[in-house]
Design a protein around this ligand. Structure first.
Ligand SMILES: Cc1cc2nc3c(=O)[nH]c(=O)nc-3n(C[C@H](O)[C@H](O)[C@H](O)COP(=O)(O)OP(=O)(O)OC[C@H]3O[C@@H](n4cnc5c(N)ncnc54)[C@H](O)[C@@H]3O)c2cc1C
Length: 530
């Protein structure tokens, strides 16, 4: 069963490898396991539902608890400390577009706020009820999860929008296709959620972001049904898919989505290269991406992320041998790990790998083959389980992300890391911060920062520490010319910073656009914009 207060299936654990506990203590100080709330106590505190009865709506308390929060840091604090604030007054699990439309009409007639819910993996407060006097209905798309049709000649597949990553891939693979969209939340996040948040998968270099994969579909709105045809391309005015992408539940409920699937690749492999320092490593990846090679993944870790990844991977003997080899080749303590993925026709992509490795070598890189790549691909969806383990040992982990042009990447990495560390120093705490570049473009890169810190004895103190770090880091993103999100979206946590990049006219346009579909502001209020 899915964990109610953490990540993933409650039968799966991520035990800390040997040596990792000592590494954490050295990096952030000794952790104190927190006192988590019990599910029964949280359920007992759920207030009476304010919803009028409806045959599609359950007001069962546990179901409401399980749909009240996502996966942001404040969500974790709320779930673990049992301080939820608001709960949805009910949850519905429609099985058709008609049922979704009936629920929308019910919400409108009774002054109910409606939150579309995919996998609940939002890390920015997208699916949380915000409290207030109006009742809240959460509409889960979980039962709209089937492959409706597939056109194998064109690679177009139409799904119920609530399908999650593994189910979507399994249904496509049965026909010899893949979507290739692999966010780290793949296990639980859904197609509709990916579209509504403009998600990016780990192999977007080859398959494209969700913007490229989303070909058409159906959105149920307060003004009726909007159907988006799936043309290969069109010059017929503005593309309405663009207003669905990133709509964060404010425009309507996406019930069906047609995606552009690819035939299963003939060949796929992930190789690691180690570069001697961060400066040379950045120069290498910039040159590789600008060479336009058909790669599927480039992921470059800073020296601290490289060291942390190796420490948390276990395999001490293997890593000791690797470090000895690297030292002989001039790659020492400041080493940066670069993962290179290739996906596609064997001959073409092996040639591309060779060219990428050659470029890396010109910057002092040492190619170490597939061992680390195989480990990474095997465990890439397990890593979120580490968050459960760390929490239980008294450590919190969170991430921040943005994207900037290449000239701003070094300043953004330094600025974000310094902002988080400085906030820690002010609180008398050590913040263990590390960064990678994982979505690269010829004109720039995403910057993805992970930070680990100790939980305070008092949950309010931990939350306030996180709020200070988040505020300082978000202000740094804005000041250094980055987008407030490259892939996680806006929700509530990033909403205060959106006007800085959209401008007053831009914000007015977004409000007017979604107001056209939902003039009374019934759908997911307070998310994306106030
Ligand atoms: C461990 C972890 C790793 C992550 N890694 C990545 C990553 O690599 N790349 C990435 O892009 N993101 C990542 N995320 C963030 C998150 O998974 C994405 O934002 C994802 O797209 C959310 O999908 P979901 O189905 O869980 O949506 P939810 O969290 O349920 O909802 C998100 C938003 O979309 C709206 N929505 C959902 N479904 C619909 C629908 N059918 N119609 C209308 N609106 C809808 C909701 O109202 C809400 O505003 C990660 C999150 C976690 C916890």
């Amino acid at each position: 069963m899915r964990r109610w207060n953490g990540w993933g299936d409650d039968t799966r654990e991520y035990p800390l490898p040997e040596g990792a506990a000592a590494f954490l203590e050295e990096a952030a100080g000794p952790g104190q396991p927190p006192q988590d709330a019990a599910l029964e106590d949280v359920i007992a505190a759920v207030p009476e539902s304010r919803l009028p009865a409806h045959p599609l709506v359950t007001t069962d308390a546990e179901t409401r608890v399980r749909h009240a929060r996502g996966q942001s840091f404040p969500d974790w604090m709320a779930m673990r400390a049992g301080r939820f604030g608001a709960f949805p007054d009910g949850v519905a699990f429609p099985i058709s577009g008609e049922e979704v439309q009936a629920l929308i009409q019910y919400a409108q007639a009774a002054g109910i706020r409606l939150i579309p819910y995919g996998g609940g993996t939002s890390v920015v407060g997208h699916i949380n009820p915000l409290g207030g006097s109006d009742p809240v209905l959460t509409v889960s798309l979980a039962r709209l999860n089937r492959l409706e049709s597939i056109d194998t000649a064109s690679g177009l597949a139409c799904f119920g929008a609530g399908v999650n990553g593994p189910d979507l891939e399994a249904q496509l693979r049965a026909h010899g296709f893949t979507l290739g969209h692999y966010p780290q939340s793949f296990e639980l996040s859904t197609l509709g959620g990916w579209i509504a948040t403009r998600s990016s998968g780990q192999q977007s270099l080859h398959y494209g972001r969700i913007e490229k994969l989303f070909s058409g579909g159906v959105v149920e709105t307060l003004r009726g049904r909007l159907e988006l045809p799936d043309f290969p391309a069109s010059a017929a005015g503005p593309d309405l898919r663009e207003i669905v992408l990133g709509s964060e539940g404010r425009m309507g409920v996406i019930t069906q989505a047609t995606v552009r699937a690819a035939r299963l690749p003939e060949y796929e492999a992930f190789h690691a290269v180690f570069l001697p320092d961060w400066g040379r490593a950045q120069a290498a990846v910039q040159a590789i991406i600008q060479a336009g090679l058909p790669l599927s993944l480039l992921r470059l870790s800073t020296p601290v992320e490289t060291e942390t990844t190796l420490a948390l991977a276990g395999h001490e003997r293997l890593i000791g041998a690797l470090e000895g080899l690297l030292r002989l080749r001039g790659v020492g303590e400041d080493k940066c790990m670069l993962m290179i993925g290739i996906t596609g026709r064997a001959k073409t992509v092996k040639t591309a790998l060779g060219e990428a490795v050659d470029i890396a070598r010109q910057h002092g890189g040492v190619h170490v083959g597939q061992t680390f790549g195989k480990q990474w691909i095997k465990g890439r969806f397990d890593t979120p389980y580490l968050r459960n383990t760390l929490w239980e040992r008294g450590y919190a982990i969170d991430t921040l992300e943005t994207a900037v042009s290449w000239d701003r990447v070094p300043a953004m990495v330094d600025g974000l890391e310094a902002a988080l560390r400085a906030e820690g120093e002010d609180a008398g705490e050590r913040i263990h911060v590390f960064t990678h570049l994982s979505h690269l473009y010829p004109i720039g890169s995403s910057v993805y920062v992970t930070y680990l810190f100790r939980l305070a004895a008092d949950p309010d103190e931990t939350l306030s520490r996180w709020q200070d770090m988040k505020r300082r880091a978000s202000e740094t993103v804005v000041a250094l010319g980055g987008t407030i999100s490259h892939q996680h979206g806006v929700g509530t946590d990033h909403a205060p910073y959106l006007p800085a990049e959209k401008g007053a006219l831009g914000m007015e346009t977004i409000r007017a656009l979604y107001g056209q579909f939902d003039p009374d502001g019934i759908l997911n209020p307070g998310k994306l914009y106030a």
